[in-house]
Design a protein around this ligand. Structure first.
Ligand code: ADP
Ligand code: MG
Length: 398
C-alpha cells in the first residue's frame, strides 16, 4: 500500500486545504465529554497551519440524514477544538459555495476554520459527484485524517480524493502503518485474539483471520459457542447453539491454513451475573454445571495463552476474553493484556488492538500505552480485520 503524506506537500503557503477529520465527539448537555478525537487530529491540523495553509476542517456529527438539525451543528464543537489546538477557530455554516469562498477570503495563511456538519447535505452519504465538485471548487488539496470514517464511501471520505490532490494526514498515516505491520506484512508468527460477546457479530473477522494468522485465540462469549460446537456442555453460558456448523467450518478452514485455534480448557463460572458472586469457581470446561455460566477464561488457560504469545512476533487483538466490566471476570483479559504489554516493551512483540470494549478493557488493565498501536476507529477497524478494502483508504492509494 502506498499513499502520499504531508511529507509530499510542496509550498502550501496561502493554499486552501480541505482536511477530513473525526469530530464526532461524545457530548452531554451541549458539552464535549471526551476530546480524544480532536487530540488525534491536532498534529495534522497544526502542521498544515504552521506550513501556512488555510485549513478547512470537514467532519460529520451524528446522523442528521441530509437535513439541517440545529442540535447537530458542528458549531457546538468549536470551543473544544480551540481548547485542544490552542488557536482561534472560525466556524463556517456551509461546506460549499459562496459563503465558504468568502470565508476563505477572510482567513489568513495559517488560519483554521470548521465547516458545517457534512451530513446536513444528502450528497455526503450518497457520494454525489456534484456535491464533491462544489466542495472541491474552493480548495487546492485534500487531506484525509479520519481513518474511523474510511469504511464509508462518502463525498468527504472518498469522493474528494478523486478530484483533488489527496494526502493521508498524520493520524491516518500512523493507523495505516500500524495495520500494515499487524496484518499486511507482519513478522511471523502472528497471533490474533478474538473475544467479545458473540460469534455472529464477528464471523467475517474469524473467517478472514484463519487464513492470515498462525494462532487464533478465542475468548469471551464466542469461546462458548466454539466449545458447544465441539460437544462441550456450556450450561447457561451466553452461547449461539445454532452456529455449530459455521464454527466447524471455521475450524476446518483453520486446519487447512495451518492456523492453530486455541480454546480455553479451564474457565471461570458462576450461577449469577454479578460482581464476586458466592457461586464463583474455576472449572474444567467439561465440568460446567447446567445452572452455571462461563464468564471468563481460567487462570491456567490464560497462562498457556501467554506462553503462545511468547512464541509470537505480532499480535492483533479484538474483543475481551471475559465479561470484563464485572469483577473478577476481568482477570483473564487483564492478565493476557499485561503479558502482551510486557512482551511489547521488551521489543519482542508488535501489538495492535482495536474495538470499543477492547480499548476500554486495555485502559482498565492500565496497559493501553504499552501496546504498539491502539485503534479507536471501531467500525473501520473491524472491517479492516475482516480483510475488506476501505474505500477511504483505497482512494488515497497511488
Ligand atoms: P469490542 O467492542 O471490543 O469489539 P465486543 O463488543 O465484541 O468487543 O464484546 C464485548 C462484550 O463481550 C463485553 O460487554 C463483555 O462483557 C462481553 N463478554 C465477554 N465475555 C463474555 C462471556 N463469557 N459471557 C458474556 N459476555 C461476555
Ligand atoms: Mg463492543
Amino acid at each position: 500500500m502506498s499513499f502520499r503524506t504531508l511529507d509530499d506537500l510542496g509550498d502550501v503557503t496561502g493554499k486552501v486545504a480541505l482536511v477530513r477529520v473525526d469530530l464526532n465527539l461524545p457530548m452531554q448537555d451541549g458539552t464535549v465529554t471526551d476530546n480524544t478525537r480532536v487530540r488525534a487530529a491536532a498534529p495534522t491540523i497544526l502542521e498544515l497551519a504552521d506550513k501556512g495553509a488555510k485549513v478547512l476542517l470537514l467532519a460529520h456529527f451524528g446522523r442528521p440524514k441530509g437535513e439541517r438539525v440545529s442540535t447537530q451543528s458542528l458549531s457546538m464543537v468549536v470551543g473544544a477544538v480551540q481548547d485542544v489546538l490552542g488557536r482561534e477557530v472560525m466556524f463556517v455554516p456551509e461546506i460549499a459555495g459562496d459563503v465558504v469562498r468568502q470565508s476563505i477570503g477572510i482567513l489568513r495563511p495559517g488560519d483554521i476554520a470548521i465547516l458545517e456538519n457534512t451530513r446536513f447535505w444528502k450528497g455526503e452519504e450518497a457520494n454525489d459527484p456534484d456535491l464533491v465538485k462544489a466542495i472541491a471548487a474552493n480548495a487546492d488539496f485534500y487531506v484525509n485524517d479520519a481513518f474511523s470514517a474510511a469504511h464509508r464511501a462518502h463525498a468527504t471520505t472518498e469522493g474528494l480524493a478523486h478530484v483533488l490532490p489527496a494526502y493521508a494526514g498524520r493520524s491516518m498515516q500512523a493507523e495505516l502503518e500500524a495495520l500494515e505491520k499487524a496484518l499486511g506484512n507482519p513478522e511471523r508468527p502472528v497471533a490474533a485474539v478474538v473475544g467479545g460477546a458473540k460469534v455472529s457479530s464477528k464471523l467475517d473477522v474469524l473467517t478472514h483471520l484463519v487464513g492470515q494468522v498462525d494462532h487464533l485465540i478465542i475468548g469471551g462469549g464466542m469461546a462458548n459457542t466454539f466449545l458447544a460446537a465441539r460437544g462441550v456442555d456450556v450450561g447457561k453460558s451466553l452461547c449461539e447453539h445454532d452456529l455449530a456448523a459455521t464454527v466447524n467450518a471455521i475450524m476446518d478452514a483453520a486446519d487447512k491454513a495451518g492456523c492453530t485455534v486455541h480454546l480455553p480448557y479451564e474457565v471461570v463460572v458462576s450461577k449469577e451475573f454479578a460482581a464476586n458472586p458466592a457461586s464463583l469457581r474455576t472449572s474444567n470446561v467439561h465440568e460446567v454445571a447446567a445452572d452455571e455460566m462461563i464468564l471468563d477464561v481460567g487462570p491456567m488457560s490464560v497462562e498457556a495463552l501467554g506462553d503462545v504469545l511468547k512464541t509470537c512476533r505480532t499480535l492483533v487483538w479484538n474483543g475481551p476474553l471475559g465479561a470484563f466490566e464485572i469483577e473478577p471476570f476481568d482477570a483473564a483479559t487483564v492478565a493476557l493484556a499485561r503479558t502482551a504489554a510486557a512482551l511489547t516493551r521488551e521489543g519482542s512483540l508488535v501489538s495492535v488492538a482495536g474495538g470499543g470494549d477492547t480499548v476500554a478493557a486495555l485502559n482498565h488493565a492500565g496497559v493501553a500505552g504499552d501496546f504498539t498501536y491502539i485503534s479507536t476507529a471501531g467500525g473501520a477497524f473491524l472491517e479492516w480485520m475482516e480483510g475488506r478494502e476501505l474505500p477511504g483508504v483505497a482512494a488515497l492509494e497511488v
